[in-house]
Design a protein around this ligand. Structure first.
Ligand code: CA
Ligand code: CA
Length: 161
């Protein structure tokens, strides 16, 4: 009672009540929301958030599997030097051709492409880890790239720490 009865007449008049309500309002707004910021796990040399790596793998496999009838066909397209394995440059070249790799538009100066260099590097790192795990050879062969493309969740391949 004493809290809102500003003129100490033991009665709360309209102004006093309004003042209290407004003060309450300000108080409510003034209290910062306690929000827990969950730190997302990051992986690879570039320390990319896991969600971005997952997104990259989904995007790349979706794009390839809509453009080509089979993974084999996609691989033939990516393996431009016909070496039977997929190099980093070949993957980047393919992503550029699909406009997936981030780049600056020459005419407008705008950034385009959905995947940053860091994310692509992390994706390639995952491919190489899978490649090494399967035959101790860093070169990514058809079976290994297929494994990456077809993975339901790239993190379940258990290669990125
Ligand atoms: Ca090649
Ligand atoms: Ca290999």
């Amino acid at each position: 009672m004493a809290y809102c009865d500003e003129n100490n007449d033991d009665e709360i008049n309209y102004n006093e009540l309004a003042g209290l309500i407004m003060a309450g309002d300000i108080l409510a707004r003034g209290v910062p929301e306690k929000r827990e910021i969950k730190q997302e796990k990051r992986v690879g040399r570039a320390q990319v958030p896991v969600s971005q790596l997952r997104k990259a793998q989904k995007l790349i496999s979706e794009r390839l599997l809509t453009k080509f009838d089979s993974v084999r066909e996609a691989l033939r397209f990516i393996d431009t030097d016909g070496s039977g394995s997929i190099s980093r440059d070949e993957v980047k070249e393919m992503l550029s051709r699909f406009n997936l790799l981030e780049y600056t538009d020459f005419y407008t100066g705008q950034r385009r492409g959905e995947l940053s260099e860091d994310v692509v590097d992390t994706f390639l790192e995952a491919c190489e880890q899978i490649s090494i795990a399967s035959d101790a050879d860093v070169r990514i062969d058809a079976d290994e790239f297929t494994k990456v493309l077809m993975a339901e969740d790239i993190m379940e391949l258990n290669v990125m720490k």
